[in-house]
Design a protein around this ligand. Structure first.
Ligand SMILES: Cc1cc2nc3c(=O)[nH]c(=O)nc-3n(C[C@H](O)[C@H](O)[C@H](O)COP(=O)(O)OP(=O)(O)OC[C@H]3O[C@@H](n4cnc5c(N)ncnc54)[C@H](O)[C@@H]3O)c2cc1C
Length: 508
């Protein structure tokens, strides 16, 4: 009897309809961006405004430029952002379950040598009396890896791994320690000197040259490059690959993170800078007038003395036609296409061994795994929750991957996400109510061999003139600290140019 019932249940399971999953693409900026790139005519209104400084782009770099200006007591500027919300790659969303990131989700606890980061986090109450507030530190368990059919704690080989794996990892860390001690790998980055040769080869070539052959180590280094640079270890320079590991101190204090990821920082900065921020304001053109600049949006045309250009640098030739002749060829600025997906989980998915962690990575997968938005909440249940899934498109030429990002329907991308996660959670399809997807065609700069040491990058970073470039892509490495540094530096240069000398800190 009982056997008959269980056969009937199994048959019903096999023939039942899969649970439908709702969802959509949630990005829109590529439409406006492509119109600008294609030089499509746009309507101009007669409304004009005169303001000394315009900041173009409200990602971390643009917000940091605004933050710095306010700290220095300067308020005659406006920040223009194409999207309806600021944040760029550090944007976030929320639903009735939780806030969640759409891109950047953490900042490693900074080494005390990054005073700007400390200054901002002190102002935001994350650093109090020299101590990191535990509410903002990532909670344990931090990371797990799905390998050999089950979840295991950590991402490096555990006690049951082979001696060969341990030996290769130990030797790899010795090399990293050597470069760390050398002091050339820093945040913010400095142009390499003694280690410049590492920028001429790929990270994979360096691994081969050093005799690092173990599958697990190679996978780990490739994963790190895909995770931080959106490109494989074959596509990233050895300098960038080593920077990922050697630029931070060995005593890792953990990560600063929030349910909405770095969107938390964006939202706090936005609160402080609100009067100066205009969203839904795509800049269509920046033109040189006699002694001034004209920044054209669909609604208002701003006349200004200087511009902080914090939008991605590859847009400069399209947006600043007068500068197009002077600008060096920007062909070496290559960007990694990405997508992120937010999965609304309403049932705890099946899984084996190590418990859910903040980051959850699947070995040898094309995806980068997922973070759990409610992990920061004490005693949060496994469901309902939101998982943010990350995927850098590294397999084909970025141009082909970008086209595929536009062409493939949502249902195909959703399938890609679910079939990847199915490896570790066999019943994932029964547990997901909704999958929303954000496509990021030019997600982040690729530190390809030669880019960090290129004169083009250096020239734009040191550009003289009323337009100062500020996007994190100028660092060759797209992380919070670089975006903040670039924004602050551009703000200081612009104020210097305007002869603004009030360098007393003012409350922002
Ligand atoms: C998927 C993903 C995950 C990431 N995860 C992390 C992480 O965990 N930690 C970390 O430190 N970093 C992470 N990063 C890197 C992230 O790029 C940086 O941390 C930082 O957010 C970059 O800021 P930015 O201001 O330099 O550039 P962007 O974020 O690209 O900002 C540029 C802004 O300019 C705007 N813009 C463009 N054109 C115009 C126009 N014509 N007019 C007006 N505005 C315009 C854009 O809409 C955008 O808001 C991640 C990046 C991606 C893509």
């Amino acid at each position: 009897m009982a056997g008959g019932a269980s056969v009937a249940a199994s048959v019903a399971f096999l023939f039942r309809r899969p649970r439908p999953t709702a969802g959509a693409f949630v990005d829109r900026s590529s439409i406006v961006g492509h119109r600008i790139r294609d030089g499509e005519p746009f309507s101009r209104t007669a409304e004009r405004d005169r303001i000394p400084v315009v900041i173009v782009g409200g990602g971390i770099a643009g917000l940091s430029a605004a933050w710095r200006m306010r700290r220095l007591g300067f308020d005659e500027f406006v920040l223009l952002e194409l999207e309806e919300a600021v944040g760029g790659n550090s944007r976030s969303g929320s639903n009735e379950i939780s806030a969640y990131p759409w891109g950047a989700h953490y900042v490693p606890v900074p080494d005390r040598r990054i005073p700007l980061v400390e200054e901002l986090f002190s102002e935001l109450g994350v650093l109090k009396d020299g101590r990191w507030d535990s509410d903002h530190l990532s909670r344990d368990p931090l990371i797990r890896l799905f390998v050999d059919g089950e979840w295991t704690p950590g991402i490096e080989p555990g006690p049951s791994s082979s001696q060969a794996a341990h030996d290769q990892f130990d030797r790899f860390w010795e090399h990293i320690e050597y470069y760390r001690q050398g002091g050339e790998f820093s945040i913010p980055i400095r142009s390499p000197r003694a280690t410049a040769g590492l920028d001429s080869i790929s990270m994979k070539t360096w691994m081969v040259e050093q005799g690092f052959f173990h599958d697990r180590l190679r996978w780990y280094v490739d994963y790190a490059c895909r995770d931080d640079y959106g490109c494989s270890y074959e596509q990233a320079s050895a300098w960038a690959g080593i920077h990922y590991f050697a630029a931070r101190p060995e005593s890792d204090e953990g990560y600063l993170t929030w349910p909405e990821g770095n969107g938390w920082i964006v939202n706090r900065m936005k609160e402080k800078l609100d009067p100066w921020v205009r969203t839904g304001a795509p800049v269509r053109q920046i033109r040189n007038l006699d002694k001034r600049l004209e920044v054209v949006t669909g609604r208002i045309t701003y006349e200004c003395d200087a511009v902080v250009f914090a939008a991605p640098t590859f847009l400069a030739p399209y947006l600043i036609p007068d500068l197009a002749q002077e600008l060096p060829h920007l062909g070496s600025f290559g960007y990694s296409p990405w997508y992120t997906a937010n999965l609304f989980i309403d049932e705890p998915p099946r899984e084996r061994a190590a418990p859910p962690s903040w980051e959850n990575v699947i070995y040898d997968s094309a995806g980068l795994g997922y973070v759990i938005a409610t992990h920061q909440v004490v005693d949060a249940p496994a469901a309902p929750t939101v998982w943010t899934y990350y995927r850098a498109l590294t397999q084909r030429n970025p141009r082909i991957e970008r086209q595929a990002l536009l062409d493939l329907p949502w249902s195909a991308r959703k399938e890609e996400v679910l079939s990847d996660l199915e490896q570790a959670h066999p019943n994932i399809r029964d547990c997901v109510a909704r999958v929303d997807i954000m496509r990021l065609g030019h997600g982040m700069i690729r530190p390809r061999p030669g880019f960090l040491t290129s004169t083009v990058r250096q020239r734009l970073a040191d550009w003289q003139g009323p337009v100062q470039f500020a996007n994190s892509d100028l660092s060759g490495i797209s992380i919070f600290e670089e975006a903040q540094y670039r924004g602050v530096r551009a703000a200081e240069r612009v104020l210097d140019r305007l002869g603004y000398r009030e360098l007393e800190h003012a409350p922002a």
